[in-house]
Design a protein around this ligand. Structure first.
Ligand code: SF4
Length: 71
C-alpha cells in the first residue's frame, strides 16, 4: 500500500540565512560560512506535515515549500 511522505523543497537562491527553519533541526541546517540553509532530510513522515507547513509560513524569504508525495 502506498504511503505518503512530505517532500521538503528548499530554494537556496532565495534563502537569506535567517535561521527560522532551524526549529526543525533534523531537517534543516545552516551553513554558517555561506549563511544558507541546507536540507539534512528531504522526505519526512506525513505526520509532520503541519510542522513543515508552519516552517514554510515562517521563512521570511519564502525559500521553503513542500509537496506530498506517494512512496
Ligand atoms: S528560514 Fe528561510 S531564509 Fe531562513 S535559513 Fe531557513 S530557508 Fe533560509
Amino acid at each position: 500500500m502506498a504511503s505518503e511522505k512530505v517532500e521538503v523543497i528548499l530554494d537556496t537562491q532565495k534563502c537569506q540565512g535567517y535561521g527560522l527553519c532551524l526549529g526543525s533541526d533534523d531537517v534543516f541546517e545552516l551553513d554558517s560560512a555561506a549563511n544558507i540553509a541546507h536540507l539534512k532530510l528531504r522526505f519526512v513522515d506525513i505526520s509532520r506535515k503541519d510542522e513543515i507547513e508552519q516552517v514554510v509560513r515562517d521563512c521570511p524569504a519564502g525559500a521553503i515549500s513542500l509537496r506530498v508525495v506517494q512512496e
